[in-house]
Design a protein around this ligand. Structure first.
Ligand code: C2E
Ligand code: CA
Ligand code: CA
Length: 667
């Protein structure tokens, strides 16, 4: 897998959990801080309010005293006492004169002056100043500065303690709902006198009720938020799982896909780094899958693939893995003991696959790459298995091929050729060589065959058998053959113009051309560009072309001959020779394949067949060319058999045109 692809998939799978976690933590901290601050502020507010209330009460008492001062002390006592009784916050009241002597008191009165710290004045009422005296041990609870009540750190701590929810709910009856209390003296000056009021400021649960309710609501909010977060967090996890599932699922089989195969395969091979097990990579494909889809439908084809996957999966153990690759192809990573056992295993898998449709015989091809311990690039290993399989060919039989290094070289070579071919044609790297055809009895030049050579700038001179089969596979042969025909037409035109003796020169017409119905017209148009008489151009069709569309072939041959071209059948006897095809096809020349003249053992039989074929061809009015003739004996035999022309190393190898001119045009 490419690094970029790997990165992109990793990004896709990336678990985006941390933003949620961090978000949750931040929000919780934030909410807690907000709640604490709100509680503290709320509490401060309550304390301040209570304080101001107490100050007001104290002022009222002072006013009462002022009002009833003139009357007897009884009535003062009664009025103030009633007030004190009614007020839950005021405990004692006393009045001192400027010398500090007690003038009047609501009960036992003993302001602990010695123990008292005195604070600045607080202007609570515009007519009265209130001083506050706090007993030492309560010092620092309430502070008022610049006509404002503020709270010292101590108080803050105390308040924090007061407002915790636990204490609020726990808060017991025995304490008469008091959460905290502060006793302090407030001193209001009335003329010469000072009215001392002992305030018992209590913060009751009821005071905190609203605060507690809002805190509870706030808490609820936090809880809801947390739940929301946990839910979204879980849904993120679920999503991650789902994404992973999608990333690793094959859309056709519903099982593991290729990405998963690569991942799990790499994992298995890593674990087996020391080579405890023998591993092999298999590329298994159903032959003629496309034909199956054409007959039964693509959907049925996909269903078949799905069932194949099930069968293969079942046939594997835990240390092995399988995935659908594309079309009807599967990759399998399997363990094996030896090659024999591996072959048996493959056979078993094929049998199980074949049994998926009992009424039909299915065919498979398997490419095998035996993995060396330490090799872990699953895609590369699979590629090797594919290369092995590709070289099997397309016959509909179950076959298995094992990868060897040569296969890889061949593939690399094919790639190279394909990369370079267009440029080579444009740069005229393809060179025309001519091999003479000699009249057997007169031993004179009677024709020639144009054979291509590739003068590759880096690889040097490349013989045709190294690139023609590749061109035949990829279709480039069509361009190359046209090029050769054009070069020969130009050459013949030049020689004719120079008044030289010209002999027919043959070019090879690959079987691939016979898919076009206007082949004859196409060939004519190339030759006619150079105004060359058609009878100096010979077209060699390979015998194998006779197995394709016969109607097109017969028609094309007829049209070519009618147009005046010489048509020959190349390599006769090489593959699936058919004497019948000779009768059917009206051609001018029969080229007997060199194979008949090779190998000592085959020679006698070969000669016999050759004489029969020559006989038959003569009867059908064809000329005979014997190819690949290397010895005098062969020549003698052919002369005896009245073979017309001989082509072979005995007379000359294929040569460049300038050499051909030197040798044959000076004769
Ligand atoms: P072919 O058409 O059968 O060409 C004859 C081959 O036999 C040539 O090989 C030639 O060099 C070789 N040959 C001739 N006499 C002897 C001999 O006495 N002994 C031996 N051992 N070999 C001999 P070449 O040039 O390597 O070409 C191989 C094949 O490549 C050709 O077989 C032909 O099928 C193909 N080919 C070559 N040029 C072209 C082309 O331009 N177009 C197409 N379509 N195919 C071509
Ligand atoms: Ca030929
Ligand atoms: Ca031939």
């Amino acid at each position: 897998m490419s690094k970029r692809k790997d990165k992109r998939i990793k990004k896709l799978k990336k678990q985006r959990i941390w933003p949620s976690v961090v978000g949750l933590i931040i929000i919780m901290i934030l909410l807690t801080v907000i709640m604490a601050v709100a509680m503290a502020v709320g509490c401060v507010d309550i304390v301040q309010r209570k304080f101001v209330e107490s100050s007001n009460e104290s002022v009222k008492i002072a006013q009462l005293y002022e009002k009833y001062n003139d009357n007897n002390s009884e009535s003062i006592n009664d009025s103030v006492k009633t007030y004190v009784d009614m007020s839950g916050e005021i405990e004692k009241v006393g009045v001192l004169n400027s010398q500090g002597e007690k003038v009047w008191a609501s009960g036992e009165f003993r302001p602990a002056i010695d123990n008292i710290s005195e604070f600045d004045m607080l202007q609570i009422d515009k007519n009265y100043n209130v001083r506050v005296l706090v007993e030492e041990d309560l010092d620092g609870i309430l502070v008022y500065e610049n006509d404002k009540i503020t709270i010292s750190d101590n108080v803050f701590e105390k308040i924090e303690k007061v407002i915790t929810v636990d204490e609020a709910t726990f808060f017991s009856d025995s304490e008469t709902n008091v959460l905290t209390r502060v006793k302090l003296w407030m001193v209001v000056s009335v003329g010469e006198l000072e009215v001392f009021v002992l305030n018992d400021i209590k913060i009751l649960s009821r005071d905190l009720f609203m605060l507690i309710v809002s805190s509870m609501l706030f808490l609820l909010l936090i809880v809801v938020f947390c739940i929301y977060y946990v839910v979204s967090f879980v849904s993120v996890l679920v999503n991650i799982r789902r994404t992973n599932k999608i990333i690793y699922t094959d859309m056709i089989t519903g099982g593991d896909n290729w990405l998963h195969f690569v991942r799990s395969g790499t994992h298995l091979l890593k674990k087996n780094r020391k080579g405890k097990y023998n591993y092999a990579m298999l590329h298994l494909k159903m032959r003629k899958y496309r034909s199956f889809c054409t007959c039964f439908g693509v959907k049925e084809g996909e269903e078949l693939i799905e069932r194949f996957y099930g069968v293969l999966r079942k046939g594997l153990n835990k240390k092995e893995t399988v995935a659908h690759h594309e079309n009807a192809e599967f990759g399998l990573l399997v363990t094996y003991i030896d090659e024999q056992q591996l072959n048996m295993r493959i056979q078993e898998l094929e049998n199980a696959l074949d049994a998926v449709i009992p009424a039909m015989k299915l065919y498979f091809a398997v490419g095998v790459y035996k993995i060396t311990a330490g090799e872990m690039d699953v895609d590369q290993l699979y590629n090797n298995a594919v290369i092995a399989c590709e070289l099997l060919g397309e016959e509909a039989e179950n076959k298995t091929a094992f990868f060897d290094v040569e296969m890889n070289k061949q593939k690399l070579w094919e790639r190279r050729v394909e990369d370079d071919m267009d440029k080579a044609l444009a740069n005229k790297e393809f060179k025309v060589y001519l091999q003479p055809k000699i009249n057997a009895t007169q031993e004179q030049l009677a024709g020639a065959e144009a054979l291509v050579r590739w003068a590759h700038p880096a690889e040097g001179f490349i013989p045709p058998n190294k690139f023609i089969p590749i061109f035949e596979k990829n279709g480039f042969i069509l361009k190359l053959d046209d090029y050769m025909l054009e070069e020969i037409s130009r050459q013949q035109a030049q020689w004719i113009a120079q008044g030289r003796k010209v002999v027919p020169i043959s070019v090879n017409v690959s079987r691939a051309h016979f898919t076009r119905e206007d082949l004859a017209e196409h060939i004519s148009s190339i030759v006619d560009k150079y105004q060359v008489p058609h009878n100096v151009i010979e077209l060699e069709l390979t015998e194998s072309a006779f197995f394709d569309d016969k109607a097109v072939l017969l028609n094309t041959v007829k049209k070519l001959r009618d147009a005046g071209f010489i048509v020959s059948m190349d390599d006769f006897g090489a593959g699936y020779s058919s004497l019948n095809s000779l009768k059917e096809l009206q051609i001018d020349v029969l080229k007997i394949d060199a194979d008949f003249f090779r190998g000592a053992e085959a020679q006698e039989r070969g000669m016999l067949i050759v004489s029969e074929v020559i006989d038959l061809a003569k009867k059908l009015n064809m000329k005979i060319v014997a190819e690949g003739i290397e010895s005098r004996e062969q020549v003698d035999f052919l002369v005896e058999q009245e073979c017309d022309l001989i082509q072979g190393y005995f007379y000359a190898k294929p040569m460049p045109i300038y050499e051909f001119i030197q040798r044959y045009h000076s004769e």
